[in-house]
Unconditional design. Structure first.
Length: 164
């Protein structure tokens, strides 16, 4: 478990990062609802110490937003990309990822519901922490993580390459 830390204390830093990224996105002409997600957004969660942000955009703007972001930021997790999900790495002093989804799409609902459930359900959070602290193995971990989030959001599991 030495690669993970407790999220307590990261939320304020994550919010500051969100505000800085919101300014940068605005300068790029990218508009949408930007929120903090991931382990840093859930008190008592295990996290790698990274910050995850979720940008919700109008469905008709999704392609344009993704094109603009491709010109500004490195693509992250290309195997996780889907018709309603794009992921980017954001430069900074702490690893930060940006997931982009069209509002009310499958991935938008999955992100929102799953992290809300983890904040509200101590048993789900305990299962999440157990998953995070379990036996290492990147491929297996990503598959288990995807299955966990799919079950949490009551959706059928996706392929191992489309994990959160």
């Amino acid at each position: 478990m030495d690669e993970f830390m407790w999220s307590d204390g990261l939320l304020e830093l994550a919010r500051q990062t969100r505000d800085e990224v919101a300014d940068a996105l605005s300068a790029l002409g990218v508009h949408g609802e930007l929120g903090v997600t991931g382990g840093a957004s859930v008190p008592g969660a295990l996290t790698k110490g990274d910050i995850d942000l979720h940008l919700r955009v109008a469905p008709d703007a999704f392609r344009d937003v993704v094109a603009r972001l491709r010109g500004a930021y490195p693509v992250a997790s290309p195997l996780s990309w889907a018709a309603t999900l794009a992921v980017f790495d954001l430069p900074g002093h702490r690893p930060t990822g940006l997931a982009v989804t069209p509002v009310d799409s499958e991935h938008d609902r999955r992100f929102g519901l799953a992290w809300r459930l983890l904040r509200d359900d101590p048993q789900a959070l305990a299962q999440y922490n157990s998953l995070k602290s379990g036996t290492p193995g990147a491929g297996d971990y990503e598959r288990r993580k995807s299955a966990f989030f799919s079950a949490l959001a009551s959706e059928p599991p996706e392929s191992p390459d489309s994990a959160e």
